[in-house]
Design a protein around this ligand. Structure first.
Ligand SMILES: [Zn+2]
Ligand SMILES: [Zn+2]
Length: 775
């Protein structure tokens, strides 16, 4: 912002000064009222690409006379009241200079300018000035210094300025030991050599270390899988250019723009049939590939010289967080990587790559993972109370949110907090961000699951700071998140919330995950959910889709012949006995319903990563919808006036009947998706709403999103997440909103109680839901 304002002041021939403070930019200058208004208009109407002006004021000051326009020292004494700048991917100009032989930064792996380079990942203190970042320890050469102080230069006031002469330096480590001192060109040549030999290379990236290997050599990828203990979870691919990528995947204009944006995310794109890539090793069984362009000059140089697609994945072991400290990387990575390329610019905030996809027909953006380039600012939420609130999120796909001084921050993706390493990462990230913004919580909120790390941490903080501690039900937090994202909290119309996901503990101590809520007058009411089915062996059921199928189909005629072969005799009788004795916990998770359908259709009985079965089911359904379109014409749900319950076992009876009738698997998968859309339509009709908001991990399913949009958007107004992922990464934001807005959900209608008094008749061919309450 500062360089831009100085250039503009010179253009308008104004004298004065600008500084960066912890509450924003201050400018003082001499000029007439007319000039002042023009100057202001120009600043706010066309600010520099990454500047975001949220508030401004213009007023007259005492008479002072200036004889030039200058940038003055930052004022560091006030409390930070700023948004944080995310990291920016390599810009077009820097990329051109990087490859231009005559440029003084030709092949300089850390080229940056005011439009690109690391920001959040290197910031230790605010305001954002070199002395407050990891660049502090690098002296600046005369030429760089000249650029820094030349108003007309692209690097005027660039805090990350460096070049070959005042370089950030690289080092190579092999077998845990540093190699002899080498110049940068030699280091990059050795990296090329290793990649060409099919070896695994680790490189220090912007938010942490990454692992690279040749994406065309099956044995290299398999070796990486083995060393990383990552069985089948897809890997992302790094391409040096969109031209290179074009041979392997398809994209739309929005997708191309997103790939080339400053976020430089991993984008999930439909793969073309192409034999050169080892697809079955990269993303087994899936039709989409995670693709990215180099987000840093160092990766650009490596990808450009290699000239073939590379596997590029966060360097971590199994499910633990990305390694970002040199000491940790050197300790743990020499078991995985054959060579490690490190450098001496410290990473302060660890971040994975962001992952995004677009629903193909509706073009709805779906953020799968929100991290580098996107976190931690959140825009558009208007704080209700003047209390600072910290919300600690859920378990898997964790994040935290805090709001203070009318600003909301949602942390980067922090992984599953099931391991000690992940918990440490969470604590560090929380400390880093709260220190940066000098945030002190006055209220704290967590999930209501007692065993989550995030719940325990919230209790701990509440005790230490002696502040009130609240808990919010998981799916209500999801609903609050999507309502807040679309500013629907003050809506005068009732809104239906369709909240479908994997697991979350409900108000009745059962596992929820297929909720229909109605929101009106600041209160949430749970109206419908799928019928409960037994939860077998806790977490084992979410890992083994065959167990979901068995539990749901326990009483469903014709299911045993399909399911028994998935188990040994001993397993079968053991699980049958478990189901017979009645489990204490019941579940209505739609994630498990997807798993069960996938298992029945022979796609997945044991998952090697979370969401695998659901992704395979979506892919299978797309084989049908690609050919015949979204309107399948028949649904597993019955048209009807008023329903009060959704029978899970009837749904499965109907699916099993289709299987026995030899309907194709892809048809059944597509019909299942279509039926869910139909169900949303039925329930919206029953409740009498025109607005429907969606949240929960199930809405990472882009086919479902496309079908909802295409089939319902003429009848209903639909709201999907836009800034946040639909999965549990949005829980912390929803929790904060729920408490900030004091949403009420005390009005409970006990559907279980109603159910016990109703006899259900099952029509032959359709899912039954019996007429009952109107809401
Ligand atoms: Zn640049
Ligand atoms: Zn220099």
């Amino acid at each position: 912002m500062r360089p831009f304002v100085v250039q503009l002041a010179l253009h308008f021939k104004l004298n004065g000064w600008i500084n960066n403070t912890t509450d924003g930019v201050h400018i003082e200058f001499n000029g007439t009222e007319y000039q002042a208004n023009q100057f202001l208009d120009r600043i706010i109407s066309a600010p520099p690409p990454f500047a975001l002006i949220r508030k401004y004021t213009l007023f007259k000051t005492d008479n002072k006379l200036f004889d030039s326009f200058e940038i003055i020292e930052s004022d560091v004494n006030s409390i930070p009241d700023l948004l944080l700048t995310p990291d920016f991917g390599l810009c077009f100009e820097c990329r051109t200079e990087l490859h231009s032989v005559s440029n003084r930064r030709f092949h300089y792996p850390f080229i940056t300018c005011t439009n690109c380079g690391p920001r959040f990942s290197i910031t230790k203190k605010l305001p954002y000035d070199r002395l407050n970042t990891s660049m502090k320890n690098f002296s600046i050469c005369d030429t760089c210094s000249h650029e820094y102080s030349t108003v007309s230069d692209r690097r005027f006031y660039s805090q990350t300025n460096s070049c070959h002469k005042c370089s950030i330096s690289m080092k190579l480590f092999e077998n845990g030991k540093e190699t002899e001192t080498l110049n940068p060109e030699m280091i990059l040549e050795i990296i090329q050599q290793f990649l060409k030999e099919g070896k695994i290379v680790s490189v220090k990236g912007v938010g942490g270390y990454v692992l690279l290997c040749d994406a065309t050599i099956s044995s290299s990828i398999q070796l990486l899988r083995k060393r990383k203990q990552r069985q089948a979870k897809p890997f992302a691919l790094l391409f040096h250019s969109v031209e290179q990528m074009k041979t392997f995947v398809e994209w739309s204009e929005s997708e191309k723009k997103c790939l080339q944006s400053s976020v430089a995310p991993i984008l999930l794109l439909k793969s073309k049939k192409n034999s050169e890539l080892a697809i079955d090793d990269i993303a087994p069984g899936l039709s989409h590939l995670g693709c990215m362009l180099p987000n840093s000059p160092l990766l650009e140089l490596i990808a450009e010289s290699f000239n073939k697609p590379l596997i590029c994945t966060s360097a971590n072991i199994s499910e633990s967080p990305i390694l970002f400290r040199d000491i940790d990387a050197l300790t743990h990575l020499h078991h995985i990587a054959d060579i490690i390329l490190s450098h001496n610019r410290e990473i302060v905030a660890a971040q994975d790559d962001s992952v995004i996809k677009f629903a193909r027909y509706s073009n709805q953006k779906i953020i799968i993972r929100r991290a580098r380039g996107l976190a931690p600012n959140f825009l558009g939420y208007i704080q209700n109370q003047d209390k600072s609130i910290l919300a600690t999120g859920a378990l898997m796909k964790s994040s935290f949110t805090f709001q203070t001084r009318q600003k909301t921050f949602v942390s980067q993706y922090l992984g599953s907090t099931g391991t000690i390493e992940a918990q440490e990462m969470y604590r560090n990230s929380l400390k880093n961000l709260t220190d940066l913004l000098q945030f002190k919580p006055e209220k704290i909120v967590s999930d209501n699951h007692p065993d989550y790390f995030s719940t325990q941490l919230a209790k701990e903080i509440s005790t230490i700071h002696a502040i009130p501690f609240n808990q919010v039900q998981h799916h209500k937090a999801h609903f609050a998140a999507v309502l807040a994202e679309h500013s629907l909290l003050d809506s005068h119309e009732s809104i239906l919330g369709v909240i479908w996901d994997g697991t979350g503990i409900g108000d009745d101590a059962q596992i929820w995950g297929s909720e229909f809520f109605k929101f009106e007058n600041n209160s949430m009411l749970r109206c419908y959910h799928f019928d409960y089915f037994p939860q077998v062996l806790y977490d084992k059921m979410s890992r083994e889709p065959r167990l979901s199928a068995m539990a749901i189909c326990d009483d469903v005629l014709g299911s045993d012949t399909l399911l028994k072969e998935k188990f040994t005799d001993v397993e079968w009788s053991y699980y049958k006995k478990l189901l017979g004795t009645g489990t204490k916990i019941n579940c209505c998770s739609l994630g498990r319903v997807f798993d069960a359908v996938a298992s029945l259709l022979g796609l997945s009985d044991k998952q090697s990563y979370e969401g695998e079965a659901a992704m395979l089911l979506q892919d299978l359904a797309e084989k049908y919808t690609d050919e015949y379109g979204y309107d399948i014409g028949e649904s597993y749900f019955m048209e009807g006036a008023h329903y009060y319950r959704i029978s899970t076992s009837s749904l499965f009876s109907s699916i099993i009947r289709d299987i026995h009738k030899n309907k194709t698997n892809s048809f059944i998968a597509a019909k299942f998706h279509f039926s869910l859309v139909h169900l949303v339509e039925i329930i919206a009709g029953n409740i009498g709403v025109k607005k429907v908001a969606f949240s929960g991990g199930v809405f990472q399913n882009s086919l479902l999103v496309d079908m909802l949009q295409q089939l319902l958007q003429k009848k209903l107004e639909l709201f999907f997440h836009d800034q946040l992922p639909p999965n549990d990464e949005n829980i912390s934001f929803g929790q904060m909103v729920y408490v900030d807005r004091q949403i009420d959900s005390s009005l409970i209608i006990d559907l279980n109680d109603v159910r016990n008094h109703v006899t259900i008749e099952q029509p032959e061919n359709q899912l039954l839901i019996t007429e009952k309450d109107k809401f």
